[in-house]
Design a protein around this ligand. Structure first.
Ligand SMILES: Nc1ncnc2c1ncn2[C@@H]1O[C@H](COP(=O)(O)OP(=O)(O)O)[C@@H](O)[C@H]1O
Ligand SMILES: [Mg+2]
Length: 262
């Protein structure tokens, strides 16, 4: 399988702090890959670099979406990264809390509309038709993610696990070829985590979207991942299958003092 995301030599300095140090990582089509490591290892910084929030100090970030030509991500703004087919969720939930569940997903969907802002203001016939499509498509996504019961509820009124799912629904609405999830199970109870496990598998298998997952819940990581990358102090210290990673002495050492609940 060909890589759809290739990151080479990625380095990110914040002043004197090297948050990422010559990191190589690739994701192949159809896989669930995980990026793990202790707190402060640089995992979120990695997502922030590939999604255009930070401009890395060094390194190459290249995508090769299925059936499309290869392209560099370096220098792209976040909205352009989204248009290229990379979607993400955030470690701390970022929803429009005062908007409904449906509206939150519609906002994700708008990046696939052709009319743009001017069209939305002048509302010609084609814009109205597009708006109807946005509502219909958003509803279909909510149905798939299992959130239709909350469709007209304000995001802030949703149970915690449902808010996390809504973030995933909004990311899916942008029609990504790869979904980047930053600690999606954080704060979830065991039942919610089990549902998340099923949802991530379903997204990969049925929606054919590849996944790169940052996660602290080792049980979830070990059960879901095809391959795991381990970082510590910004450097990759191991890479392999769940079985290889579980028995890797460097990984066990990096996690000393942290709870591994696998
Ligand atoms: N915007 C920033 N400015 C300065 N330092 C940052 C910034 N973002 C992250 N860091 C630092 O980079 C390191 C890696 O952080 P982060 O990527 O959030 O780690 P992780 O997600 O693995 O817990 C930490 O030391 C953190 O304090
Ligand atoms: Mg983080």
């Amino acid at each position: 399988m060909e890589p759809i995301l290739k990151v080479k030599n990625l380095t990110m300095d914040f002043g004197g702090l090297r948050a990422l140090d010559s990191l190589d990582l690739d994701v192949v089509e159809g896989e669930i890959a995980a990026l793990i490591g202790p707190n402060g290892a640089g995992k979120t910084t990695f997502f922030n670099c590939i999604t255009g929030l930070h401009s890395p100090t060094k390194g190459d970030m290249i995508i090769a979406p299925p059936g499309k030509k290869q392209e560099r991500l370096n220098g792209l703004k976040p909205n352009h990264v989204t248009e290229r087919g990379l979607a993400r969720t955030f470690q701390n939930i970022r929803l429009f809390q005062n908007m409904t569940v449906l509206e939150n997903v519609m906002i994700g969907r708008h990046c696939r509309m052709s009319a743009g802002i001017a069209g939305a203001i002048f509302r010609g016939r084609s814009t109205r038709r597009e708006e109807k499509e946005v509502v219909r498509d958003s509803y279909i996504i909510l149905e798939k993610i299992g959130l239709t019961e909350f469709i007209n509820e304000l995001a802030m009124n949703l149970p915690y696990g449902a808010q996390r799912r809504l973030e995933i629904a909004r990311a899916m609405a942008t029609e990504p070829f790869i979904l980047l999830l930053d600690e999606p199970a954080a704060g979830m109870n065991p039942q919610e985590t089990k549902e998340l496990d099923d949802l991530i598998l379903w997204i990969r298998d049925n929606e054919k979207i590849s996944i790169l997952l940052i996660e602290h819940d080792m049980k979830l990581v070990m059960s879901l991942s095809d391959r795991i990358f381990v970082v510590d102090y910004g450097k990759k210290i191991a890479q392999g299958t769940p079985a290889e990673i579980q028995n890797n002495p460097a990984v066990i050492k990096a996690y000393l003092g942290e709870e591994i609940d696998a």
